[in-house]
Design a protein. Structure first.
Length: 307
């Protein structure tokens, strides 16, 4: 019988506790860290380039009139607040509060009109079945590609015959009739992302199209509604061309048109007050955007979600 040999038990080798054996992470690599720093520097530089006109405008609003064109520095040598005092006095016999109120009336009216009409139209195109829906939806999308100059003259003739020129109605009435195809398309895409089981459950409970929209669909359309409201406010506030066409009296002018009158009446030597009034026109829309930017991002981001 052959003698059996026993081998001594082998003990597992303990791992090397030295940190040099662990592979370096991406965050700890010198190359990745330098690329991250370089990326942040480039982004900050681009932001400063984009915001430079705003910085220059704020600086120019505190410069005396004779230094606006002669002083090329970003910071005013002799800062003054007289430009804002002059701007607050207004122009053409009306204070800046009158023009601010007109801008608010038009902007808030556009928000209410677009949210109400475009939401209803988007729900109809996205959920209801009716004859000619595809043709009407295609025709609505075609209007997005039409320049405003194509329909400007026919619309002006219609409003002139109705006696509505030099009033707010030529600007607000189209908002109540769902003429902004961009917002309708936005709502349609959001409605299509909602599950149809919600409509079927409401139908089983005896709800018609209007009750289904009001109690079931509308609460879920809040992101799209907020997006429509924000864009409507900003676009109407910054609008100049349409208001210039339909508003003729200084008492109906907005801040955008008041700037034009200010330059026309005070000639080219009062750039300081003009820049000060420009800052006053930027502040409300900037505050509005900062207050609702979270809702804007939410509304745009949820367009890609599917129910």
């Amino acid at each position: 019988m052959a003698a059996s040999t026993t081998l001594p038990p082998t003990t597992p080798s303990a791992p090397d506790p030295s940190p040099a054996s662990a592979p370096p992470t991406a965050a700890g690599r010198p190359g990745a860290r330098s690329r991250g720093v370089l990326w942040h520097v480039v982004v900050i530089a681009l932001v400063l380039v984009v915001l430079y006109p705003v910085f220059w405008l704020v600086s120019a609003s505190f410069k005396p009139a004779q230094e606006v064109l002669t002083d090329t520095g970003l910071w005013p040598a002799n800062p003054t607040g007289e430009n804002y005092a002059t701007a607050m006095d207004g122009v053409a016999g009306y204070s800046v509060w009158r023009y601010l109120g007109n801008s608010l009336v038009l902007s808030l009216g556009a928000v209410i009109g677009n949210v109400f009409s475009c939401t209803l139209a988007g729900y109809a195109f996205g959920r209801l079945r009716f004859r000619g829906r595809g043709v009407l939806f295609a025709f609505m999308l075609i209007t997005i590609m039409l320049p405003i100059h194509v329909v400007l003259i026919p619309q002006y003739i219609v409003f002139q015959q109705l006696g509505l020129v030099n009033t707010f109605w030529p600007i607000l009435l189209p908002k109540l009739l769902a003429t902004d195809a961009f917002f309708i398309f936005l709502v349609v895409q959001f409605v299509r992302s909602l599950p149809r089981e919600l409509d079927e459950a409401a139908l089983i409970d005896g709800a018609g199209p209007f009750r289904t929209f009001w109690y079931v669909i509308a609460p879920l359309l809040r992101p799209a509604m907020f997006t429509t409201a924000i864009f409507s406010f900003i676009w109407t506030w910054n609008d100049f061309f349409t208001q210039l066409i339909y508003l003729n009296s200084p008492e109906n002018y907005t801040l955008s048109l008041a700037l034009k009158i200010y330059v026309d009446q005070t000639s080219s030597s009062s750039y300081g007050p003009m820049f000060a009034m420009s800052i006053l026109a930027l502040v409300p829309v900037g505050l509005f955007f900062m207050a609702f930017q979270r809702l804007l991002v939410e509304g745009v981001a949820t367009q890609g979600l599917k129910g």
